[in-house]
Design a protein around this ligand. Structure first.
Ligand code: SAM
Length: 278
């Protein structure tokens, strides 16, 4: 009989958040597949669990995925853990789950901490309807296309971000969304846990001279139901400035003109003519 893949959520800071079921699954597994074996070894040592470890991460997921499937087919139970938090949320666990489904192997969730939800519940921003957006792409063009697609979304939006990219991301959010309520929730469950409930413009000022530290979740309020296209802050620019703003963010001229026509609800040809007017 095939083994099972146990998706074991681990603490995002405070080790006291490990669950009894997670400890049991780790102890009962034949092998533990970990995103960062050194980090997971620290966790296992803390809980006095000794098990064979194998790495499974973004850069070896193809070969290792096949290897793990072969173990499961041989009847071994595998526990999968990410760096921290819930497996398959912004980590390659998602691919291993798909592979298990393709191979008719059972997957068992072991619930536990997830940074996005814990940030949301203390953000002070509506929890009624929300969308988890993960990390924004580092590719400028994809990043802006992603943000543009969310501009009129009324859900509360949740992003993950690394501290060294936080300032750039706040600036990009401000450029596309205009000023909105946000919560910067950092170091959840750790000593320096903090929720900075502010606005995008004030957050930019806050970090103008200070370097952000720790792990961050950005929670941002959705577009107002009543928001109209003419309320887009970029519409206050001239057409040339507006097109050039998108080009500076990595869009091709043709795409920038298309986006400006959508923003302003003006035919593309008019934007093109205005932009090319001598
Ligand atoms: N699987 C994890 C989860 O369940 O939340 C997320 C992994 S993702 C690779 C790492 C990102 O999660 C960090 O860049 C940060 O945005 C967020 N994160 C993880 N731990 C955090 C913490 N203790 N406080 C705030 N954000 C955290």
């Amino acid at each position: 009989m095939a083994g099972k893949l146990y998706l074991c959520a681990t603490p995002i800071g405070n080790l006291g958040d490990i669950s009894l079921r997670c400890l049991e699954a780790l102890k009962n597994a034949d092998i533990i597949a970990a995103e960062d074996t050194r980090r997971t070894l620290g966790l296992l040592n803390h809980f006095e669990i000794s098990k064979p470890l194998t790495s499974y991460h973004e850069h070896n997921k193809k070969e290792k995925g096949e290897y793990i499937i072969s173990l499961l087919k041989d009847g071994k139970n595998v526990a999968l853990v990410s760096d921290a938090g819930t497996v398959a949320i912004s980590d390659p666990g998602e691919d291993l789950v798909s592979l298990c489904i393709e191979n008719s192997i059972d997957t068992v969730p072991i619930p536990g901490p997830v940074a996005a939800i814990n940030a949301l519940i203390i953000s002070g921003i509506s929890t009624r309807r929300f969308a988890f957006e993960g990390f924004l792409s580092v590719n400028k063009r994809h990043r802006f296309e992603h943000l543009e697609s969310l501009k009129n979304d009324t859900h509360t939006l949740i992003f993950y971000e690394a501290p060294h990219k936080l300032k750039t991301t706040l600036k990009d959010l401000y450029d596309v969304f205009g000023d909105r309520k946000i919560a910067l929730v950092r170091e959840l469950t750790k000593i320096h846990e903090e929720a900075i409930r502010t606005t995008l413009s004030d957050a930019l000022l806050l970090y103008a001279d200070a370097a952000p530290r720790g792990e961050f979740v950005i929670v941002i309020e959705g577009a107002s139901e009543a928001a109209k296209p003419e309320e887009n802050p970029l519409n206050a620019l001239t057409v040339n400035e507006h097109v050039n703003r998108y080009i500076s963010k990595g869009m091709m001229q043709k795409e920038a003109i298309k986006q400006v026509s959508l923003d302003r609800q003006v035919p593309k040809r008019d934007i093109y003519n205005e932009y090319h007017r001598v």
